[in-house]
Each structure stands twice: as C-alpha cells, then as structure tokens.
Design a protein around this ligand. Structure first.
Ligand code: ASP
Ligand code: MG
Length: 458
C-alpha cells in the first residue's frame, strides 16, 4: 500500500512544542496517506511503572503524588495546545463547575477541571479517571496483567492529545485504537503477535480507510494491543517501534520511518562517545548484530517483519526532518569504512572451573549451558581454556546469585564485578586504541569483524 508509516517516540512529544513539531512534520507530507504510531509522552512509561509499584505496595501517599504529577503534565500540554483550537466553536463546549470527590483508600482525590471543556481536556480527564478507578480498587490480577492495564495508559494519553490537536489544526485524521489492531496472545508485558488476526484487523480497518480516503491520516498507539478476551497487553519496553513495523508489514508499505532525537543511527551512543558519526546506510543483518551486542538502536523484533516484507526502515531526526537520516534495508553486500562502538555497563565476568582439576570438556560445557539456559542468563562474551570457561554477562544481582549457587554445586567459581564491555564492529587499531587507552583491559576477544574488550572500572 502506498502509505507512510511514521512512529514518533516519547522524546518527540514530551511538551506542547513537541506535539506542534509532530504536526509540522506531518504537514510536510500533506496529501500522502499516513499511519502515525505514537509512544507515551516523555518518561510517562517509567512514571506509570512507579505508580504501579506504589499501588501494589499500598503506598497511597506517594501514589497520589505521582498520579497528580502525571495528570498535571498531560493536562498542561493539552491546555497549552487547545488554546490554539479555541476559535473553533464546534469543538468547544459549555463550561461547568468543579467536581471534587475523594477516594480514601488511594488518597487520590478526583479534581475535575471543568472550566475548559475542550474535548482534548475531557478525554484526558476521563482517561485519568479510568486509571484512578483501577488504582482505587484491589488488585486481583497477576502482576503482569496489572502492569499492562496500568502502563498502557501512557500511549492512550498521548494519542488522545495528538488526535485532538491534529483535528483542531485541520488534519484529516482518524483515530484507531491499537487494542483493536494489534491482536496478541496473553503473555502480558511481552505479548506475542497473532499475525493472522492482526493482518485481518488491519485489512478491515486500515485498508478500507486508506483506500476510500487517499491522503488521510490514521493515528494509533504504539506498544499496546489486546488478547483474545480483549484484555490490554503490551509488547515489551520500547515496543512502539515494533508496532510501526507490524502495521507496515500488514499493509505491505515501502518504508517505515522512526522519528528520533538523533540524526539517524550513529556509530556510537553520543551519551558516552564524543563526535559520533551518522551511518547513511545499514544492512538489516548488521543492525541485528549490533542489537545482539547491546546497541539499543533498533530491536531485532522490529527488524524481522520489515526484513521479511522487504520494507526499508528510515531513522530520521524530528528536529531536522529535511535531513536524510539512516536507511536500514536488506542488503547482501554491505560495506562500512568506520568502526561501530557499543558499550555495555555493569557487567560481571564469571570463570567456571571443574573442581577435580579435570579439563573443560563436552560434558562440562553442556552442563554449564543447561544452567545458563534454565536461568535465562545471556552470555555477552564467552571464552574458554583447557581448565576454565568464562562468561561475561549483565550484572543482574538476583540472577547472578542463583547462577553462582547453581554452578557452585559442580564447579569452582571466580567472579569479577565492576566491569564494562566494549564491542567494536569493523574495528581498526585506532578504534581499539580509543577504547583501551588509560583503561584496564582484563579480557580481549577478536574475530574478523568484531572485538570485545572487557574493562575493569572499579
Ligand atoms: N512507551 C513505551 C516505553 O517507553 C513504548 C515505547 O516508547 O516504545 O517503553
Ligand atoms: Mg520510547
């Protein structure tokens, strides 16, 4: 289908100005059919995770505090934006008085601001009221299901705000509830897509819309879906990119664009690396490697449907929409002449030795791998010698504790904390020098395209 699929992340809509900027970008594509996928605003998902925590701990005071903060943040943006739309009388309604009620068991009082009943405000208030009702009740569902119910509000808030703003600005926009498009199983927090059902839903809702209304805009939420009983599910953190890929795949579009606060995919994270360079072109297979080694640019889940349908992924800057960004596509032949750097902090190196001075042999290895798999420990680097086998992994204290306990039953264990893992793809001497100089490298592993350097920090 000839539809642009655009995903706007949290950083692009963390203020009223951000929302206006999204509208400006959409205006650049005027006349084209567009499907817009929106994430929660700013750090809303993190805030909702905290709110969920306070709710489950029964900390009513902090819960109320965080809830109001989040509500004020969204209503502030909404009010700022709807001032623009106030000259349109058909979308403003009469004002009423203040309505205050109190729910003693959560400490969250309902304070309805009915002074400006623009639909952007009423919609948001209703959503916050719905969230408040959930938080006022007892939690009867399991943790993961409750998580999805609460955390999915972030995308509902942002999409409501953007929708009303675009309408006010005269965009031909239609709202789609992602819970009726992205149909999943019931693995809450990490829901699997039911591709058949999702394809059908997209066909029924989006195909018809875009066929009948060329040049129109569809707007939906990233990250969220629903299971076969209609219960909300989420696709895992940073799942909005995946939503855009799913919709792109189901509509067989040519390109999916992810709008970010960086000029494209860079050869290193600017948070720790000075003067990173933007990559113009990246092969999907390289993007998968980068993600595997810990780069957070694009999730392999997102890449799969795009690669399968031969769709190009564009990563572009929402601050400089006219600039080219990075194009990621299926390329057999792909060459790069600059190194790509990936840093993983908080690593631990575990060395495993047989207790009986025997060598590390097949049986030992298979036992070690079984334990790693059972405990879901991912080895970021592995290295073996005749008498020991070492793995470098993320320092997740709970997991590492059970891992060591399990391994100690059969092996002698040594471990090293306070490490960082640097991976350089397409390395050269200068790149290695840049990472190692002044640092204490405790393990180095090289293959043709990749070097791993484990560095002691503390
Ligand atoms: N809002 C969700 C998150 O922060 C999904 C996303 O932004 O992609 O993880
Ligand atoms: Mg995000």
């Amino acid at each position: 289908m000839n539809v642009e699929v655009f995903k706007f992340g949290g950083a692009s809509v963390n203020s009223a100005e951000g929302v206006r900027n999204v509208a400006r970008i959409l205006a650049l594509y005027k006349g084209k059919s567009m499907m817009v996928v929106i994430s929660a605003m700013g750090k809303t998902t993190n805030a909702l995770e905290r709110i969920l925590g306070y709710y489950l701990e029964g900390d009513a005071v902090t819960l109320a505090e965080e809830y109001y903060k989040l509500r004020d943040f969204h209503l502030g943006i909404a009010r700022n934006l709807c001032q623009l739309g106030q000259n349109r009388p058909d979308r403003t309604e009469a004002s009423g008085g203040k309505d205050t009620s109190h729910l003693p068991d959560t400490g969250i009082a309902e304070v309805k601001d009915t002074s400006s009943l623009h639909p952007i405000v009423t919609d948001l208030e209703n959503q916050f009221e719905e969230l408040r009702n959930i938080l006022a009740g007892k939690s009867e569902l399991g943790y993961d299901e409750t998580y999805d119910r609460v955390v999915s509000f972030g995308e509902l808030f942002s999409s409501a705000i953007l929708f009303h703003f675009l309408l006010d600005e005269g965009f031909p926009v239609t709202f789609f509830d992602a819970r009726q498009l992205i149909l999943t199983d019931s693995s809450f927090r990490d829901a699997r897509i039911d591709w058949k059902k999702t394809q059908l839903a997209v066909q029924k809702q989006l195909f018809t819309r875009f066929q009948d209304h060329k040049g129109s805009i569809g707007l939906t939420q990233g990250f969220i879906g629903s299971d076969s009983s209609g219960r909300p599910t989420t696709l895992g953190r940073e799942g909005s990119d995946f939503t855009a890929a799913i919709l792109g795949y189901c509509m067989r579009v040519k390109e999916v664009t992810i709008w970010k606060d960086v000029p494209g995919i860079l050869n290193a994270d600017p948070k720790w690396f000075e003067n990173p360079v933007k990559l113009d072109l990246l092969a999907f297979h390289e993007a998968v490697e980068l993600a595997y080694f810990g780069a957070t640019v694009i999730h392999p889940k997102t890449i799969k449907p795009l690669e399968n349908a031969n769709i190009t992924l564009l990563v572009k800057s929402f601050l400089h929409p006219e600039e080219e960004g990075t194009s990621v596509k299926s390329l057999r032949e792909w060459k790069i002449d600059i190194p790509i750097f990936i840093r993983k902090q908080n690593q631990v190196l575990i060395s495993i030795m047989p207790r009986d001075f025997s060598f590390i042999m097949e049986e030992n290895l298979s036992q070690i791998f079984t334990i790693l798999a059972q405990l879901h420990v991912k080895a970021n680097v592995m290295q073996n010698s005749a008498i020991s086998f070492s793995i470098c992994t993320d320092h997740d204290p709970v997991k590492i504790k059970s891992l060591i306990r399990e391994l100690q039953k059969s092996f002698e264990i040594r471990f090293n904390e306070g490490l960082e893992l640097y991976t350089i793809r397409h390395y050269n001497d200068e790149a290695i020098q840049r990472i190692t100089s002044g640092r204490n490298v405790i393990l180095e592993q090289k293959s043709r395209n990749t070097i791993h350097l484990i560095v002691q920090i503390t």
